[in-house]
Design a protein around this ligand. Structure first.
Ligand SMILES: [Ca+2]
Ligand SMILES: [Ca+2]
Ligand SMILES: [Ca+2]
Length: 298
């Protein structure tokens, strides 16, 4: 086969993916230090890593943190700040949202950033977000399952230094919108992988890793440790804009047990605030670490 033909085939088989291997270089030691002594405080570092094609990537994600701090529904680290609405349209509807993310969220409404999670990694918190905007409303979340081993998608868990963490988001808006399978979700950073071929692109823009297991405890921990691979996809520049049409798979709903939040006070203390909402993520709660989700309501 001629090289050009092979490259064309390879490009068709693996559209736009970037592959990295090993640990990223730390560029930010810690985004957030909790001023209180708490049980579960992980260092929220940020790294940079160069893919095999020369592309330089930020891990676990490039974020807007801390551009739009929120009021707290639950936060062990700080006293709650007052609720202050973000004004998108002065004559728009006043909407309040309650949000919990494992671990980090940022929320855009009609393309405007309205919230960045106060704690990027842990302790687990929940947020009160308020904004004034006109319909139709496009809700767009950037979600990050943060990591300690930058570029590798793993963290220390009960003595295991290479534990693949997991994600999750639940939100309820006062306009009646809740997180569920009617949202669209796509994964952009998938790790830890024994080999890049563990991710296969399928029709419908599916980044399939179902063979690896999708939730704990079924997910198979790869033995690669600090040699693990990651597969990344470029984020469309206008992904949060109302004009962007996400050809993404449906979001997947997960139970409280699957997300591991049955004892999470940031969530369990406020059943009324999350009534009717479901925990969602892309199709793999464990291996998909950077996930974008969207929904437009009329
Ligand atoms: Ca958080
Ligand atoms: Ca993960
Ligand atoms: Ca996590």
């Amino acid at each position: 086969m001629r090289l050009a033909a092979f490259l064309l085939l390879a490009t068709a088989a693996f559209p736009q993916r970037h592959v990295t291997q090993g640990r990223a270089q730390t560029i930010t030691e810690n985004l957030y230090k909790c001023p209180q002594t708490v049980n579960n405080h992980r260092i929220a570092a940020v790294g940079r890593i160069t893919a095999t094609d020369g592309t330089v990537l930020t891990v676990p994600a490039q974020t807007a943190y801390p551009a739009r701090p929120t009021a707290d529904l639950y936060n062990e680290c700080a006293p709650s700040a007052p609720i202050k609405p973000v004004i998108i349209d002065p004559d728009g509807e006043l909407i309040t949202a309650h949000i919990v993310a494992d671990n980090y969220f940022e929320l855009y409404v009609n393309g405007t950033l309205v919230a960045t999670d106060n704690t990027p990694y842990t302790p687990f918190n929940s947020a009160i977000v308020q904004f004034r905007a006109k319909r139709p409303l496009t809700y767009a979340f950037k979600l990050v399952d943060w990591e300690e081993n930058l570029g590798l998608g793993t963290e220390l868990m009960r003595g295991d230094p290479w534990y693949p963490g997991d994600g999750g988001l639940i939100a309820r808006f006062s306009d009646g919108t809740v997180t569920d399978h009617t949202w669209r979700a796509q994964s952009f950073y998938i790790a830890p992988l024994n080999r890049p071929a563990d991710v296969t692109e399928k029709p419908g823009n599916i980044h399939d890793t179902s063979a690896l297991g999708r939730v704990h405890p079924h997910a198979k921990k790869p033995p690669c440790q600090d040699k693990c691979f990651a597969v990344h996809y470029p984020i469309p520049a206008n992904w949060a804009s109302p004009n962007f049409n996400p050809q993404w798979p449906a979001a997947v709903e997960y139970t409280d047990e699957e997300v591991g939040v049955t004892n999470l006070p940031a969530y369990t203390k406020f059943p009324n605030h999350f009534q009717g909402a479901r925990w969602i993520w892309s199709a793999n709660l464990v291996f998909d670490n950077l996930v974008l989700i969207r929904k437009t309501v009329p």
